[in-house]
Design a protein around this ligand. Structure first.
Ligand SMILES: NC(=O)c1ccc[n+]([C@@H]2O[C@H](COP(=O)([O-])OP(=O)(O)OC[C@H]3O[C@@H](n4cnc5c(N)ncnc54)[C@H](O)[C@@H]3O)[C@@H](O)[C@H]2O)c1
Length: 437
């Protein structure tokens, strides 16, 4: 069996590495030549725990990297994992997907093989039926369900857990028609992800499941953030105790209840905007999702207010931001709240220093020489007048009085409450904690 993966970003590179490391001959394809040559040398283009090790193993065994789309010929399964970024109006941009699908259509027109094409990219319900399928059939002059298979296979991996999530996702969703291709795909996944529930449904429902998933997660985060803001106004209240306890109720569950500066990353903000856009288009007022988004946007304003309340004017103040990646365990800064915070602090005239265990190089690409990038935590804190903790990297849990010794003013604003019990010799303020009485 031979599998192709088109688009070697977070989803595609992880998938192709895991497939090949499990002994499946895999062709990883990306249009970006530089990316391909790096990956072919065993160097991942982003940080993900264990990815380098698994990629190297895959390359030694069954993974071939190329920028030639024609390599999909002779493949049984073709996964499409290109980006579907957000347009200014909240819609998703299908240009990468359309371009790949057009070429794949032309390539299968000449092939005797009857491949199964699986779209992992996140797409709005209706995209497979109204966009992808017609392009494929037109360009291939072949019929889906007879000459090739077409399956919606939304991806649920979380960056920082990408390998485990690819090996053992919570579910495999297969959307499309119940043809022989669907049966073949079901068999493939029951071997690739043993003991994982496989849900077979139609294209639109599969597409909707992905948005339902992410909009629910975003709702949970905005819910806990709003509660955190209320806690902050009630002396001695602690949002983490509230979150932990409600999380014990199985109807609620304990994940995605970590209050903070708001959700970011390449998925939640984009997916919530896309569902708001879709909902409005079909005449359903997205009242809840609008509130989720508004609450999320408000969170960074609340954080800046907290900074101002405790240091006064921000202009010319030396501020250190700890944790720029959109979450710990990744160097991904796409739609990161840390980036938003630095942007806002610079606009307010602050002198900003940043620290992040993995994301400094990516951050440098955005701010160039407008800020300082420091690799050690004590050096990043030296002479600063306030430190703001954004992403809850384990490294920050080790901060102690020695680490903060050379801060010019010992003020810490902790959006994740990781230093709450440290009794630091500093003024300490956190999202979600009422004032101590
Ligand atoms: N990143 C995540 O955590 C995550 C999780 C679940 C779902 N998704 C969804 O999966 C999709 C991919 O996300 P990602 O984060 O991996 O994106 P990404 O931007 O990291 O990677 C996309 C890759 O596709 C390549 N590409 C673009 N056009 C191409 C073409 N014509 N031919 C070959 N390669 C091409 C790009 O060079 C890039 O390497 C998106 O729809 C996203 O919403 C992402």
């Amino acid at each position: 069996m031979k599998v192709a993966v088109i688009g070697l970003g977070f989803v595609g590179l992880t998938l192709s590495s895991v497939l090949a490391s499990k002994g499946i001959t895999t062709i990883g394809i990306d249009s970006d030549r530089k990316k391909c040559s790096k990956i072919a040398k065993g160097i991942p283009t982003f940080f993900e725990t264990n990815l380098e090790k698994i990629l190297k193993k895959a390359l030694r065994e069954k993974l071939i990297i190329t920028n030639k789309l024609s390599s999909i010929n002779n493949c049984d399964f073709v996964f499409i994992t290109v980006g579907t970024p957000q347009k200014k109006n909240g819609e998703i941009d299908l240009s990468f997907l359309k371009s790949v699908v057009s070429s794949v259509g032309k390539l299968i027109s000449k092939s005797k093989k009857k491949p199964i094409i699986l779209v992992k990219s996140t797409v709005i319900p209706g995209t497979m039926k109204n966009v992808v399928l017609p392009i494929l059939e037109r360009n291939s002059k072949k019929k889906a369900g007879k000459d090739f298979g077409l399956i919606s296979n939304p991806e649920f991996l979380q960056e920082s857990h990408a390998i485990q999530d690819t090996i053992k996702p919570h579910a495999v969703i297969l959307g499309g028609y119940r043809t022989k291709f669907m049966k073949k795909a079901e068999k493939f996944f029951s071997r690739f992800n043993p003991n994982v529930p496989i849900i077979i449904t139609n294209h639109q429902t599969a597409e909707m499941i992905k948005y339902a998933n992410n909009s629910f997660l975003a709702t949970k985060i905005s819910f806990i953030n709003q509660l955190a803001n209320i806690c902050q106004g009630i002396p001695d209240t602690n949002i983490d105790d509230v979150a932990h306890t409600i999380g014990l109720d199985p109807r609620i569950g304990n994940l995605f209840l970590n209050a903070g500066p708001g959700y970011g990353g390449s998925c939640l903000p984009k997916d919530i905007k896309a569902i708001i856009n879709l909902s409005s288009k079909i005449g359903v007022k997205p009242t809840l999702f609008n509130a989720v988004e508004k609450t999320n946007k408000q969170q960074i304003n609340n954080l800046i207010e907290l900074i101002k309340q405790n240091i006064g004017k921000i202009k010319r103040k030396k501020l250190t931001v700890l944790g720029i990646a959109f979450k710990p365990g990744t160097d991904d800064i796409r739609d990161s709240v840390g980036i938003e915070l630095v942007t806002r602090l610079l606009k307010l005239g602050a002198k900003v220093t940043v620290h992040d265990p993995k994301a400094l190089e990516n951050t440098r690409k955005i701010f160039c020489d407008k800020i300082r990038y420091v690799k050690s935590i004590p050096s990043a804190l030296k002479d600063c007048q306030c430190a703001i903790i954004m992403a809850e990297w384990k490294e920050y849990e080790k901060i102690n009085n020695k680490t903060i010794k050379h801060m010019a003013k010992k003020i810490i604003i902790d959006s994740r409450r990781i230093l709450y019990n440290k009794n630091l010799d500093a003024k300490y303020f956190a999202i979600g904690l009422g004032q101590k009485t």
